[in-house]
Design a protein. Structure first.
Length: 638
RNA sequence: GCCGGGGUAGCUCAAUGGUAGAGCAAUCGCUUCGUAAGCGAUAGGUUGAGGGUUCGAGUCCCUUCUCCGGCUCCA
């Protein structure tokens, strides 16, 4: 007999029993939510056999390991269905992902909607049959032979990269796949699923390799959970900045006149202006100077900076004028360096913190453009800090502090921070890298920001911190960045005169808080679903006269608010009050002031928020003062 | 750039290879109304562009631009 501990219950069983049988004994029946177990902390199948003392912990869908097992098994089931329908299709890999699963197939048949429907139907059959997942361990060379015989060349390639002598296979029905596992015990555990989309994906993620067809899917233990998931996706789509940008008249793109180039409409432009004003004021407060630099420079400057070499593919082509070639700037840094080098700099004047809202152009590949998030022309809220090495810690702290301040002001709390360290190919001494990485690390910790380390993910010229914000569909976009640069100071020979009378190399830090105005605007639109905080709302107050008789009083009110520096408008159109409210609410105007005969008589207003709350008999003067204060405080709520 | 799917009125979408339509928005008129859509009329199109097949193309074929979803990339 062996000793088993499950859910704090201790008991004795025969050796050689399957996990699920042991648990059945322990629980006195089936545990329908159970997907797998941890045996002494290690994930294991319910079908596995136990012959020694062990401690079991249940794994269910409610935890992340449970989800990944569930989705991984679902991907096997999908592959089983595909192989049944098209035996000639070759399978590549099929993991679980953050939300759901995918499987990559090499198929002559292009998978379209109708194929997805067929696969779904076949999967349903497989689920009904309740086929068990069976694990088998065999020698690696035997596995290679087996997959070679089946023509599964991708599996063979994977196996050739595995060092272990023994590998495990999982079979479900007729479909056997190379897999570490664990898996759910049988196909019936998957209650509700949907194949979401099909997309191309390169084998092993390398664009030189063949493009495979990747089918994405999602699965849940109940139809209700699936419905809820699909509903959430629909709701997220309602937040898409491209849709809201049109509906709220914020910006446009004109593909026929240049993809990836953004036109800011009046309502978008006023938001940008507010953010810019705030940004500039905050920089001046924090010891930055502001710069303006040109949009073009002769090719020679970009040869020195290295852009014509390293980043050739993303530059707009040269313009020739009077026998000289010019390039539109993809970055601001070289210009700031040129300004730095107009004088012999002393150690006494460092650090120099130079900020610019610099508009740059990069020729991004056609397939990567995405609304405001990935564009070809954008304005970076860029700054370069030139400093002595002994100032590094202090300056990085200041960078992180202003980043945290900015993100907080705009109401962001859901973001990911990465510290990217030295890659294999790099320039600069190991000592200075370590020094800079340690400085970045301590500044993050000092700012109280949780971060992940992306080992080897730094740029060749220095380590960096990236902050990524999520969009409505959970895609992450980089906004803030702090990068230490050992490269440009070398290339441009950027120095200062030290107190020893000798020249020393400056340390240069690039940093952006918002990243680009375009991307940040896109993220803001989605974050607020277009219902912006009062201080950046394009129209802050909409006055709605009830009838024509009240137009005069309404205009009087509007003038009062405009006079106090607010953005107020009147809707004196020929609509009923309900329609006017509907229009203003859909435009996400924070406050509607309803002015009818009663209000006009008593010199009051009726206030309605875009959220639907109402308040009658409000003194406009008091209301105005309250709004002015909220704007001054940059309050996020209204 | 690659794979798949799209591009029809300002917007959102219809239209077995056989007369291009609807709703919203716009314009004009009526209506002057109490907290999320008042009524009627009018106007609006080289169906992304170019070529081809056909008696006939929004629809089928080719080229091209571009968008969407991914992949690769993102200094």
């Amino acid at each position: 007999m062996i000793g088993i501990k499950y859910n704090d219950k201790q008991f004795q069983v025969e050796p050689g029993l399957r996990v699920k049988e042991i648990i059945k004994q322990a629980e006195g029946g089936d545990s329908p939510n159970l997907l797998a177990v941890r045996v002494n902390g290690k994930l294991s199948d319910l079908n596995s056999v136990v012959d020694s003392d062990a401690q079991f912990e249940p794994v269910t869908f409610s935890e992340s390991d449970g989800k990944s097992i569930y989705w991984h098994s679902s991907s096997h089931l999908m592959a089983a269905a595909v192989k049944k329908l098209w035996p000639d299709v070759r399978v590549a890999i099929g993991p679980s992902i953050d939300e759901g699963f995918y499987y990559d197939f090499d198929s002559e048949v292009p998978f379209t909607e109708s194929e997805l429907a067929k696969i779904e139907a076949e999967m349903k059959k497989i689920l009904k049959e309740n086929l068990p997942f069976i694990r088998k361990e065999i020698r690696r060379d035997e596995a290679i032979k087996m997959f070679e015989a089946q023509g599964e060349k991708y599996k063979v390639e994977i196996l050739q990269g595995i060092a272990d002598e023994m590998v495990s296979l999982y079979s479900v029905g007729d479909f056997t796949d190379l897999c570490r596992g664990p898996h759910i015990p049988a196909s019936k555990k998957v209650k509700a699923f949907k194949l979401m989309k099909v997309a191309g994906a390169y084998w092993r993620g390398d664009e030189k390799n063949k493009m495979l067809q990747r089918i994405y899917g999602i699965a849940f233990p109940s139809q209700e959970l699936l419905d809820e998931y699909l509903k959430n996706i629909e709701e997220a789509k309602q937040r898409d900045h491209r849709k809201l940008g049109k509906e709220l008249d914020l910006f446009s793109l004109h593909e026929e006149h240049g993809p990836g180039l953004v036109y800011w409409h009046p309502k978008g432009a006023i938001i940008r202006k507010e953010i810019e004003d705030f940004w500039r004021a905050e920089h001046l407060k924090r010891g930055y100077d502001l710069l303006y630099t040109p949009h073009l420079a002769k090719v020679g400057l970009w040869d020195t900076s290295g852009h014509t070499g390293f980043y050739k593919d993303s530059l707009f082509p040269t313009m020739e004028m009077d026998h000289s070639d010019y390039l539109v700037k993809p970055m601001n840094c070289p210009f700031h360096i040129l300004i730095y080098k107009t004088q012999q700099r002393s150690y006494r004047e460092l650090p120099l913190r130079w900020a610019e809202l610099g508009t740059v152009y990069r020729f991004e590949k056609s397939g990567v453009l995405h609304g405001l998030m990935r564009v070809r022309g954008f304005t970076q809220d860029d700054a370069h800090i030139f400093m002595r090495e002994d100032q590094l810690d202090e300056e990085l702290n200041r960078c992180l502090d202003i980043i945290a301040f900015m993100l907080r002001t705009f109401g962001f709390s859901d973001y990911e921070i990465y510290l990217s360290t030295m890659p294999d190919e790099h320039i600069g001494e190991l000592a200075i890298w370590q020094r800079a990485e340690a400085a970045l690390r301590t500044s993050l910790e000092k700012a109280g920001l949780a971060y992940k380390v992306d080992a080897g993910g730094g740029a060749f010229y220095g380590p960096k911190i990236d902050i990524k914000i999520k969009d409505a569909l959970n895609r992450v976009w980089q906004c803030s960045t702090v990068q230490v640069d050992f490269n440009l100071p070398e290339r441009f020979d950027v120095n200062y005169r030290g107190n020893d009378g000798k020249d020393h190399r400056v340390i240069m830090v690039h940093r952006a808080l918002l990243g680009s105005f375009e991307r940040f605007f896109g993220v803001l639109i989605e974050h607020y679903k277009g219902a912006f905080p009062l201080w950046i709302s394009p129209v802050q107050v909409m006055v709605l006269p009830l009838t024509e008789r009240n137009n005069g009083y309404a205009k009087e009110l509007v003038d009062k608010f405009i006079g106090a520096g607010l953005r107020a408008k009147v809707d004196d159109g020929n609509d009923k009050i309900g329609a006017k409210i509907r229009t203003a609410t859909m435009q996400k105007v924070p406050y509607m002031l309803i002015a009818g005969d009663k209000e006009q008589e008593s010199r009051t207003v009726s206030v309605r928020k875009r959220t639907g709350e109402e308040e009658r008999d409000v003194d406009p003067e008091v209301f105005l003062k309250m709004l002015v204060q909220k704007i001054k405080d940059r309050e996020i709520g209204i």
